[in-house]
Design a protein around this ligand. Structure first.
Ligand code: PLP
Length: 347
């Protein structure tokens, strides 16, 4: 093997299963159960008309202008990515050198660890408190600590840390704090305003979940212009293609679609949480489009496997020092009813 030892040693990130058969009810990777805005099709068709023989705009100017208007930032505060995973990669490459440290809470998004490993960086995870609040240690600066990732809302718990607390965390840390807001459109608060006041706060967003565009691959980062300018040097020149830029611009322009969709998904989430609690599951309050369910007696793995045999995919998760559970993405009302009625027979 000719690869670097760091790569040979690592196992790699395992994404949630994408079954070939379309018939399964897919509640395992937090996609939106509904198709995206009708504005997407014509926008993509127009981008094809205007000629794919040319390279795309390296800075996705049209998207940044539109998103800047919607979110209240000048375009030079925005960096676009091939999904927000690309944004996470760019930040890791830009801020963290070999042997230096990244920090993130545990249990949370497993990709952060993978990115650090590829970079040859060291990982420091800090366990959440039992109620999914952040431990005090999380805010303690470290000499070689170069990047802190904070998914908010968190996955798999769906829990949310308040912006005031994140502001105080940013003040204590002496390194960049990347608030991963992949699910924030389903939450009551977000950290965009913190970016204006705190040079070390960056906020990443994705169109994969709340805009129903996981198949598209588009995400973006909001940070101060000095930071964005540096990150632009690190990203691939053409990290977003012409079709995805056109589609993402149309999607962000259709905030009415987002509001309607969000209300439907939140209603589904509240139904799932209440029904699961009636069945004896412990379900932390979720601010995302999924719920984390831990049962005191029924084995999560068995629940997962039985649901799967019955055509419903959920995510089974085990984490060190944490009770195993299942993460269920919000589906359509019929899908939510079905998963609950099957679980009712199982517990
Ligand atoms: C889904 C997810 C992402 C990545 O989203 P993409 O834009 O599809 O790459 C990032 N962070 C968290 C916590 C997620 O759950």
């Amino acid at each position: 093997m000719y690869v670097r030892p760091e790569i040979a040693r690592m196992t790699g990130y395992t994404p949630g299963e994408q079954p070939g058969v379309r018939k399964v009810i897919k509640l395992n990777t937090n996609e939106n159960p509904y198709p995206p805005s009708d504005a997407i099709g014509p926008a993509v068709a127009a981008a094809i008309q205007s000629g794919l023989q040319r390279y795309p705009d390296p800075r996705a100017t049209a998207f940044r202008a539109c998103a800047g208007h919607v979110f209240g930032f000048d375009p030079d505060w925005i960096l676009c990515g091939n999904g927000s995973d690309d944004i996470l990669t760019i930040c890791t490459r830009a801020f963290v050198g070999e042997g230096e440290f990244v920090r993130f809470p545990h249990p949370s998004y497993l990709l952060y660890g993978t990115l650090a490993e590829v970079q040859g960086a060291q990982v420091e995870t800090i366990d959440f408190n039992a109620d999914w609040s952040l431990a005090d240690e999380f805010a303690v600066p470290g000499p070689a600590l170069k990047l802190v990732y904070l998914p908010n809302p968190n996955s798999p718990s769906g829990t949310l840390i308040a912006p005031q607390q994140i502001a105080s965390l940013a003040n204590k840390l002496e390194c960049p704090l990347l608030v991963d807001e992949a699910y924030v459109d389903f939450a009551k608060s977000n950290c965009l305003e913190l970016v204006r006041k705190h040079p070390n706060v960056m906020v990443s967003r994705t169109l994969s979940k709340s805009y129903g565009l996981a198949g598209l691959r588009f995400g973006f980062l909001v940070a101060q212009p000095e930071t964005i300018a540096e990150l632009n040097k690190v990203k691939d020149s053409y990290n977003c293609d012409a079709l995805s830029i056109a589609a993402a611009t149309a999607a962000v322009n259709d905030q009415a679609w987002l509001r309607t969709n969000r209300d439907k998904v939140i209603a589904g989430r509240e139904f799932l949480a209440a029904s699961l609690r009636e069945l004896g599951f412990q379900v932390p309050d979720s601010a995302a489009n999924f719920v984390w369910a831990v049962h005191p007696t029924a084995q999560a793995k068995t629940l997962f496997e039985t649901l799967k045999q019955n055509g419903i995919l959920v995510r089974y998760m085990t984490y060190d020092r944490w009770p195993e559970g299942i993460r269920i993405s919000v589906g359509t009302p019929e899908q939510n009813e079905l998963v609950i009625s099957m679980l009712r027979d199982l517990v």
